[in-house]
Design a protein around this ligand. Structure first.
Ligand SMILES: [Zn+2]
Length: 306
């Protein structure tokens, strides 16, 4: 902290998602010290806000955050000139912004963005998630005995929680460590008409190479490939490295509604590096948000694919 008490300083920038009375908000926090500061907010277009702070200095490097939380793409904070700081906010969906100031040490300028546009996309959509394997069928096993069936169920539950927060209707084809016969899964999927089916697996590679998340689609339709690429981009944007790309699969479960089905390989379980990621709670949180973002983007663009 710079100790010059004659000036006012911005000392931190952060984002998070907050729930209040069943509604969800993306918060952007700008911490400042010793005084609070009220920004002027200008809408540059439907997806960009510019917040300008006066008589204040940056006591941190110019900073870009990329929360990719389904609503906020990026936030850029920089000193424009002496005493003038800009905060540019780039969104995926149009939404109002509110400013609150918490007087504390440091003072917090809280910019609150309503995540209701996500609810409009996800609400009442039927999403089927298959956490592949289970029970006696462990799926692939990592070099230190992490089982695919554990990873797929964990990720499926996390994705379900995120989708249900926006009133998505989520069906898990198993919700415990139990083997569900393929024919029973096929019958269940045939009896419903999902907006999207996600088959969750981990990848495996005999050489144990680093591959990263991959997205599979079935058949040769360019629409199906484009849908897979949207999911893959959402995963890659959360992880940045590595990008396993999209691939074709002949998985029988995905043949029932081939235009609505994708396979997500969360990561390569036979890579020692990626195995470690899949044991990590932070990695699983990031991947669940990536899957959520991919589902949301596909649902928003589904008219393009029909
Ligand atoms: Zn598998």
């Amino acid at each position: 902290m710079n100790c010059d008490q004659r000036k006012n300083w911005i000392t931190n920038l952060w984002t998070k998602i907050e729930e209040k009375d069943g509604d969800f908000f993306s918060l952007i926090g700008v911490d400042c010290y010793p005084f609070s500061a009220t920004p002027e907010i200008e809408s540059l277009d439907s997806l960009r806000y510019l917040c300008t702070f006066s008589d204040i200095h940056l006591n941190m490097p110019p900073t870009t955050l990329a929360p990719r939380d389904g609503l906020i793409k990026e936030v850029h904070l920089k000193q424009e000139w002496e005493g003038k700081i800009s905060l540019k906010i780039i969104l995926e969906h149009q939404t109002p912004i509110k400013v609150n100031i918490n007087k504390a040490c440091p003072n917090q300028i809280i910019l609150t963005l309503d995540r209701n546009p996500l609810r409009k996309i996800i609400q009442d959509k039927l999403i089927v998630i298959d956490p592949a394997h289970g029970g006696n069928d462990s799926g692939s096993i990592s070099p230190t005995s992490l089982q695919e069936k554990e990873v797929t169920l964990d990720l499926a539950r996390r994705a379900k929680t995120l989708l249900e927060a926006y009133q998505g209707q989520v069906v898990l084809l198993r919700n415990q460590d139990k083997q569900v016969p393929l024919q029973r899964k096929i019958n269940q999927v045939k009896s419903i008409s999902p907006d999207l089916l996600i088959s969750l697996h981990t990848g495996e590679d005999p050489m144990g190479r680093i591959i990263g998340p991959r997205t599979g689609f079935t058949g040769i339709s360019s629409n199906r490939q484009q849908r897979a690429e949207l999911m893959q981009r959402a995963l890659f944007q959360k992880l940045i490295f590595p990008n396993g790309g999209v691939f074709k699969t002949t998985d029988p479960l995905m043949q029932i509604h081939p235009d609505k089905s994708l396979m997500v390989e969360i990561s390569n379980i036979t890579s020692r590096l990626e195995e470690g990621w899949m044991r990590d709670d932070g990695f699983k949180t990031i991947m669940a948000q990536g899957i959520f973002n991919g589902i949301k983007t596909i649902l928003k663009n589904q008219d393009r694919f029909s």
